[in-house]
Design a protein around this ligand. Structure first.
Ligand SMILES: [Zn+2]
Ligand SMILES: [Zn+2]
Length: 275
């Protein structure tokens, strides 16, 4: 089967993505209520009883609010950095001893038939990470909530077969919008969120050097300072202007991760498996 990947929700009102191989089913972030996560999984035809783990990127509630509930209900381990676990202590306090597992940025480890590698992302949280998942020669990456693209981010994201990346805001909408000055500065800052243009420019750079990037989801769109059509067209235009074919055979398939609903799932085959 290779890997199946699907964002269940993406944005400041809640983030959760689903990744499965032949033998393993995991969530990346669980920033929705337990019921919403279960409903989303069932819409995808997945029984929540079959989940194996939750990987949390950082402690902001749009990423972690449902992690404790889901982990308790299905007896799942919760993986996160020490800093994220500490900052999420209240939400995770009712988990059993050993049910929270700390991960270290840059240290890859095996979880069932997946190799997981957390990497540092520049964001205003305790110890935030993105995740690479490797299986059968395939690489899937979740990288949202990044104020800018660091060298580590660039290296970690390059060559992904499937990528969920942030395309958070349109600069003009944010600058001219109603957010207070302090919040605007936070979002625009080095540890805030990635704009549509920054996302498009970065994707163009790594699409031409590293291969991969067969399937890219634009996610974590701001409700107030972005518009799905604008985000998509901005990124697509930048990619095409840089010679990256979008939605053509052999090119990059570009999707929008839905803010509230289950997105289109992607299934990619492992090396050696027929098409
Ligand atoms: Zn977030
Ligand atoms: Zn955040």
């Amino acid at each position: 089967m290779g890997i199946e990947f699907c964002p269940l929700a993406s944005g400041s009102s809640g983030n959760c993505a689903y990744l499965a191989t032949e033998n393993t089913r995991v969530l990346i972030d669980a920033g929705l209520s337990g019921v919403r996560i279960e409903t989303a999984l069932r819409a995808l035809g997945v029984d929540p009883q079959g989940l194996d783990a939750v990987f949390v990127t950082h402690e902001h509630s749009d990423h972690v609010s449902g992690a404790g509930i889901i982990a308790r209900r299905y007896g799942l381990p919760v993986f996160a950095t020490e800093g994220t676990l500490k900052a999420s202590r209240r939400l995770l306090e009712r988990l059993k001893r050993g049910q929270t597992v700390s991960v270290i940025s840059g240290s890859a480890f095996e979880f069932k038939d997946i190799v997981v590698r957390p990497f540092t992302i520049p964001h205003d949280a305790g110890e935030p990470v993105g995740y690479n998942f490797f299986h059968g020669g395939l690489k899937v990456t979740v990288a949202t909530d990044m104020g800018h693209i660091s060298d580590e981010g660039r290296e970690s994201i390059s060559g992904s077969d499937v990528l969920l990346i942030e395309s958070n805001h349109d600069m003009d909408m944010l600058r001219n919008g109603t957010y207070p000055y302090v919040l605007k500065r936070r979002i625009l800052g080095d540890k805030g969120h990635l704009s549509n243009v920054s996302c498009g420019v970065f994707l163009s750079e790594i699409a031409s050097v590293a291969g991969g990037l067969r399937h890219v989801y634009l996610g974590h769109l701001s409700e107030e300072n972005n518009d799905p059509y604008l985000a998509y067209e901005t990124v697509r235009t930048i990619l095409e202007a840089n010679g990256v074919p979008v939605n053509e055979s052999g090119g990059m398939s570009l999707y929008l991760a839905d803010r509230h609903a289950v997105s289109k799932a992607v299934r990619i085959l492992s090396e050696g498996e027929g098409q």
